[in-house]
Design a protein around this ligand. Structure first.
Ligand code: NAD
Length: 468
């Protein structure tokens, strides 16, 4: 029997100032600063995640048709592992650091960096990995000693409601709160004072957040979308490239910010790659993706219609897949051969299960196109010889990259993750999750007895002082 999910209820707008005020006052009690307090909260969150395992699985199924395996991998165990890693390392990271390479006299002043919490922070999540993208940054905020309000995505309402239950069962309400809702509620939150805003979502909304934060000079971290390129050269292994590119576009039905948006394929490799994409897809889903419990669904009608329009407007040729079912929010993994970088499937981030292939003459052309389409994507994925992959790295920019696979770099828990340029700013995961919510506060303690040594800094600046 399916687990009974709690209801999703938007937070009344009039309650939002009081909630943010409570969380700000909570910070000023200084109770969240001791490491013991932070680790105790993290431990409670860990067990509440574990206790609500069935609800998380059910909520991810209802919101995104997420296979249980993917929920374990990218939501539940992802967050639980992050907590364990934080717990293991927190005391070490939170320790003060001494200033390096200083003179003997400066040493006497004990110059050092304290690791202070930023303060009361706002975390805004996206829908595609609803638990991971909300609790992930929250774990960083708790670890750094911040108080926090979490605003999960209304696009995954069942997950948002389960997170509310988990938060209520585990975290101290004086210091951590959840606000539910969409644009009005998020806008009301942005009208409050924050010491940092951590936002994950589209670049359009990222711009709104950045503008609003600029009014009060509030620091921000932005984890945005990407039109990520992949490259398949004539020296790549077509079967391996096909399997790995398919993984990058079938996981979460392609609703992954770091998955490749388009693939630049050497003309010589096109036919072998298309053939392998078709064959490997059959191996993934022998009864077809539609009948497989291992393939998810598009999150809602709005996203489904956006993707359908994108495919309808494409001038490309569908060479594998192409079935859509509106009632079931199903879009088959679909390989499309396009001949222009202006194609609707390349121009915008698809954020769905389209594998768009654009044939190119050689790697130089591929690199030029990638730099023209979007110079600073979130991720980048070359397949080819070692030298070719290094060449791609040295002639492009991106938030991160995986050589010879889809978005694997984003799955390494201790590797910091973030964008560059218009794909985002500020990284997190591993130690970076602690750092992004931490202020490195420079401190010097001047001994009283040192006055005799420092007397020369005071006017009058006599001839004698100049000569010293
Ligand atoms: P979205 O921008 O629509 O929504 C994200 C959050 O912003 C939600 O919580 C939503 O309530 C809020 N929001 C929406 N409109 C708003 C407005 N006008 N004012 C204030 N707040 C508003 O994004 P999404 O559809 O949930 O996610 C898809 C996008 O997110 C894609 O572009 C994807 O690439 C990106 N993404 C990036 C990362 C990353 O880590 N870099 C991860 C996941 C998704």
């Amino acid at each position: 029997m399916a687990a009974k999910l709690p209801p999703f209820e938007p937070t009344p707008l009039e309650d939002i100032p009081a909630i943010s005020g409570r969380i700000r006052r909570g910070f000023l009690t200084h109770k969240t600063r001791p490491i013991e307090f932070r680790t105790a909260q993290l431990r409670k969150l860990y067990w509440a995640l574990k206790d609500n395992e069935d609800l998380i699985i059910e909520a991810c199924k209802r919101d995104l048709g997420k296979p249980t395996f993917e929920t374990y991998l990218s939501e539940l165990y992802w967050c639980m592992n992050d907590i364990v890693f934080m717990q293991k390392n927190l005391s070490r990271w939170a320790k003060e650091e001494k200033a390096e390479n200083i003179s003997f006299s400066n040493k006497l002043m004990g110059p050092r960096i304290r690791k202070d919490p930023m303060g009361a922070v706002l975390v805004i999540g996206a829908f595609n990995f609803p638990i991971q993208l909300s609790f992930g940054p929250l774990i960083g905020a708790i670890s750094a000693g911040c108080t926090a309000v979490l605003k999960p995505s209304e696009g995954a309402p069942h997950c948002a409601a389960v997170m509310q239950k988990i938060l209520a069962e585990s975290l101290d309400p004086e210091f951590y709160a959840i606000v539910q809702g969409a644009v009005p509620e998020t806008s009301a939150l942005l009208d409050q004072k924050w010491d940092k805003i951590f936002y994950t979502g589209s670049a359009n909304v990222g711009t709104i957040i950045a503008k609003k934060a600029a009014e009060t000079l509030t620091p921000i971290a932005l984890e945005l979308g990407g039109r990520n390129p992949s490259f398949v050269t004539k020296n790549a292994d077509p079967k391996l490239a096909a399997r790995r590119l398919l993984w990058g576009k079938t996981f979460n039905a392609g609703q992954v910010c770091v998955s490749q948006n388009y693939t630049l394929v050497d003309k010589e490799m096109l036919q072998p790659l298309v053939k392998e994409l078709g064959e490997q897809l059959k191996q993934f889903y022998p009864q077809g993706a539609r009948n497989s419990p291992d393939y998810g669904r598009i999150v809602n009608q709005r996203q489904f219609q956006r993707l359908k329009k994108m495919l309808d407007e494409s001038k490309g040729k569908i060479v594998v897949g192409g079935t859509l079912d509106e009632a079931d929010l199903f879009i088959e993994p679909t390989v499309v051969l396009v001949d222009s970088m202006d194609d609707s499937l390349i121009k915008d981030e698809s954020f769905g299960p389209f594998l768009t292939l654009l044939p190119v003459n050689d790697l130089d052309e591929a690199i030029r196109i990638a730099n023209e389409v979007h110079a600073t994507p979130l991720g980048l994925y070359p397949f080819g010889s070692k030298a070719e992959m290094e060449k791609v790295l040295s002639q492009t920019r991106s938030g991160g990259a995986t050589l010879n696979d889809g978005f694997f770099h984003a799955t390494i828990p201790t590797l910091e993750f973030g964008g560059v340029g218009d794909s985002g700013q500020g990284a997190y995961r591993g130690k970076a999750s602690f750092d992004v919510f931490t202020h490195r506060r420079s401190i010097v303690t001047m001994p009283t007895w040192i006055e005799a040594l420092l007397n020369m800094r005071y006017p009058p600046f006599t001839e004698k002082k100049l000569k010293q």
